[in-house]
Structure formats: structure tokens, C-alpha cells
Design a protein around this ligand. Sequence first.
Ligand code: KG4
Ligand code: ZN
Length: 346
Amino acid sequence: MKILGIETSCDETCAAVVEDGRRVLSNVVASQIEIHRKYGGVVPEIASRAHIESLVPVVAEALQAAAAPTAELHAVAVVHRPGLIGSLLVGLTAAKTLAWLRGVPLLAVNHIEAHIYAACLERDPGAASCGGAPGPFPCVSLIVSGGHTSLYHSTGPLEHRLVGATTDDAAGEAFDKVAALLDLGYPGGPVIDRMAERGNPRAVDFPRPWLGPESLDFSFSGLKTAVLYHVRGKGAGAKRRSTHLSPEETADVAAGFQEAVVEVLVGKTLRAAEALGVDRVLVGGGVAANRRLRGRLQADAHAAGLEVFIPPMAYCTDNAAMVAGLAYHLLQAGRTADLDLEARAV
Ligand code: KG4
Ligand code: ZN
């Protein structure tokens, strides 16, 4: 069963064709990074206009790469929430039009649930069928992206209970803001990941925001302020630039900050697994592309006797394969959407 997925919730225009919820036949992503770079972040109005320009060619490329003409599609899936409303509307309108034209079901996918499902794509059919043992479920899912940092108790592809969330910045947002403080450019996550490799994570002792021994919540704003004070000096505010740091000092700050974030993300994920009595953990979202997070989660979870599910890099940041994959389970459950489906920011 072939499903076309469309994802335009933020600044990537994505389309993919996935068969039977797992086999990725195509996965096309048109990045807008170059367009937004000079503003230091995503400009919503510009993002929606860029989606309008890219979406038709991106969908055409996904269908062609999958050798799947629209007549072969069993359904069209689209992310309808959460995200930038103008951006979501572009994907939603395209998906509705295609579903209506071809007379196939429309499926409404939640962006966060799709990030969780990314760990189920292209798994060895002998090893797991998502939704049934011995796949990742039941597990603790850590979702770390530009807009979210949350822990879920996931018991199936469509069943997730929130058990912890950030009280301020998302992890990806903290990476982006710290990169800006260090004059490293945008987007910050990948550049800090690379810089940190050359730095000493113990050169600067940044705080670990644990929020108490049992808390499953996150807070990264204090850590971000600690980096600001370290880089610009207390009371210097936003005026003093960070360019007085040597490349080695910059790398040490990047490594120290990344280590603090990773330690808390991994620690709380293991804490949640213990509290919920599950022996599997999963990570998804753009920050799951971070190499230190991937390595540390593997190592610490294995040491604690837990099984770990980490998607390939291409399915961590925004993509439509995770959307078309999860949609298969919505279709199986008979949860189709109507053509009056609305986009929602949250
Ligand atoms: O999931 P995503 O592509 O979009 C949202 O749904 O937000 O996540 C984007 C976030 C950005 O904040 C970006 O800096 C971060 O993921 N990111 C990373 C890495 N690659 C992307 N953060 C840390 N290390 C990385 N390698
Ligand atoms: Zn995302």
C-alpha cells in the first residue's frame, strides 16, 4: 500500500512515498536554510511563500523517484499540526487537492507523532513490525527538535502520553541561540555538533538543569544564560561580541554546552524508562541528528540494559517519510480526515 506524505510545518518542503508504513520508496526535502540564513532564523511569511514555490516540484520528484504515478497512491497524508500556520496551510491545501482529485483518503498526521515514528522506518521486517512486538513499543520516546523537547510513554504508533516537557526553550532552540551567541551562524545545531568535536567538554563547567531528583521536565534557558555570561561577561548584556574568544575557546564552549544538554536529555530519558518500567527508549527530531546525543544515548541505555531505537540521520530532521509511514497506521485504523481538515499551530 503506497502513501504519499507531505510535510511543510516549518522551513523544509518535504514529500515522500512509503510502502506499507515502512519501506521508503522516495524521500525529497527542499531546504530553505539559505533563504532564512541572513535573518538568523525562520521568517514565517517567507517560509510559506517558499513552500508555495517548491511544493509542486518536490511532490513531482517524490512520485517520480518512487516510480509511483498518482493513480497508484492509496492515500495522501499531510502534517496538519503543530507548526507555522501559513506553512502548514500550503501542504494541507496541496494534500486535500490531490486526495480529492484522485478520490483517495486524506490522512491527518501530527508532526510530533511522526518524529516518534521515524525510528520505525526501514526496519528489518524480521526484526519488527511497528505497533507489534518486538518493535520499539512500548517505550519512552524523547522528541528533541527546534520547537519541542518532550518525553512520552509510547505504547503504539498512535498512542503517546506526555510525561515530561520543557518549561522554556526547546533543545534545538537552545542550540540555535548558543550558536548565535558564539557567532557560528544558523542553524546552530549542526555547527555546534561539528565545533564540539574539537573542544574539551570539561573545560567549562556549565550547569545541568535537573529540576529535582524525580522531574521529567526540561529547562534550558538558565544554561543558555550561563553560556551568555561566560562568553560576554556578567552584566555585559547583548552588546559585547563573542569574537574575543579564540577558536579553541569557542570549541570548548560549544563542547561544554552540548555535553550539558546531552547529559540531561539522556539522564531524563533513562529516568523516565525506570519510572515507567519500560525497557526500550527511542529518540527523534532534529536534535536526534546530534552525534554526541546518539553516542551517549546508545552507551548509557545499553549500560542500563535498555534497547535503543535511533532513526537514520535523514529521518531525524523534518522529512515526509515519517509522515507517510505513520499515516499507514491511521489508514489501518480507519482514521481518515475530511476535506475540511484545519491546520493548527499547536
Ligand atoms: O525536527 P526539526 O528538523 O524541525 C522542527 O520540527 O523543529 O529540528 C530542527 C532543530 C534545529 O533547532 C537544529 O538546530 C537542530 O534541530 N539540529 C541539531 C542538529 N541537527 C539539527 N541540533 C544538534 N545537533 C545536530 N546535529
Ligand atoms: Zn520537526
